[in-house]
Design a protein around this ligand. Structure first.
Ligand code: GDP
Length: 300
């Protein structure tokens, strides 16, 4: 078990009680510990560097108030800044989905294979139906894996939403447009489009999802990313963010044992709000993302 950051800093700061301010000298070793803690949580290096620079800027000159040690004061700055970077400053609205003025609101799901896109589509359908009282239609534009279409049909039926059937011989753009047409005719409030994912970043896949995006102009384009992904999260997020105007992120598999450093990496490259967290394989395992809780988790 790794020491949590507070314990690690406690070891470092034993020798420097009684200092009244955070200075370059008394924070250097502590910042090194913060950096290590973030790397151990699998935050990608560029995101760690940016974060450390920000903490340093905020911390230097900060008064050490009352009975706090410089270490405790620094932990306070680190926690505040990390929560801010996770999106705490964006306010609770950041986790809300936008709905089109003219229904249906279209939600496009993007991400690599296996991250939990189809499961999350089912979870979102359930959430929108039960919490927001929306009439939801789902469709799969994954024409490469017939099993993916069947899987979406299954999760959609489990949550009692409507499913628009597609076939592996159809073109993804046509599938999306046909589903949209159906949704309009049948007064659906929301259409969720699940898309194909590959095992790695792939130019053809990016062009295809960009074409689907261009054809239906979704109000929400959600990038689904696996919290267990670690350092790779940053490259994947960059590729999707470059190809698509993302509106938000869903971080899945937070029930696993990762510290979730991917959250910080993905925020670093996209700047987009993390709207939801996947916390179980089950279809009720979706929560509004909590930046403060996530900051504590990453710090361990
Ligand atoms: P896709 O290829 O991106 O559509 O991924 P799937 O939806 O098929 O999910 C891949 C695997 O991850 C499945 O076994 C899901 O049950 C699992 N999964 C998805 N979301 C979560 C989550 O939040 N927590 C856990 N533990 N498993 C998840």
């Amino acid at each position: 078990m790794l020491d949590n950051l507070t314990q690690r800093l406690a070891k470092v700061v034993k020798t420097m009680r009684g200092e009244a301010r955070l200075t370059e000298a008394n924070t250097a070793e502590m910042l090194r510990e913060v950096r290590l803690a973030l790397l151990e949580a699998d935050v990608a290096l560029p995101a760690v560097r940016e974060f450390i620079a920000k903490v340093k800027e905020k911390a230097l000159g900060e008064e050490v108030i009352g009975s706090l040690s410089p270490g405790q004061a620094l932990v306070g700055v680190v926690q505040r800044e990390l929560a801010a970077l996770m999106g705490a400053d964006l306010g609770p609205e950041a986790t809300q989905l936008s709905f089109a003025q003219q229904p249906p609101a279209i939600i496009l799901m993007a991400g690599l294979q296996g991250v939990g896109k189809t499961t999350t589509t089912g979870k979102l359908a359930k959430y929108l139906k039960e919490q927001k009282k929306k009439k939801v239609l789902t469709v799969s534009a994954d024409v490469y894996r017939p099993a993916a279409i069947a899987q979406l049909e299954s999760v959609t039926k489990q949550v009692g939403a409507d499913f628009f059937p597609s076939h592996s011989t159809d073109k993804p753009v046509d599938i999306a447009l046909n589903a949209l047409d159906w949704a309009k005719k049948h007064y659906h409030d929301v259409l969720i489009i699940d898309t194909a994912g590959r095992l790695g970043i792939d130019e053809a896949m990016m062009q295809e999802i960009a074409a689907v995006h261009g054809a239906v102009k979704p109000i929400e384009t959600l990038f689904v990313v696996d919290a267990m992904l670690g350092q790779d999260a940053i490259n994947t997020a960059k590729a999707f963010n470059d190809a698509l105007p993302l509106t938000g992120i869903v971080l899945t598999k937070l029930d696993g044992d990762s510290r979730g450093g991917a959250a910080l990496s993905v925020r670093h490259v996209t700047g987009k709000p993390i709207k939801f967290a996947g916390v179980s394989e089950k279809l009720d395992g979706l929560e509004a993302f909590d930046p403060t809780r996530m900051a504590s988790r990453v710090l361990g």
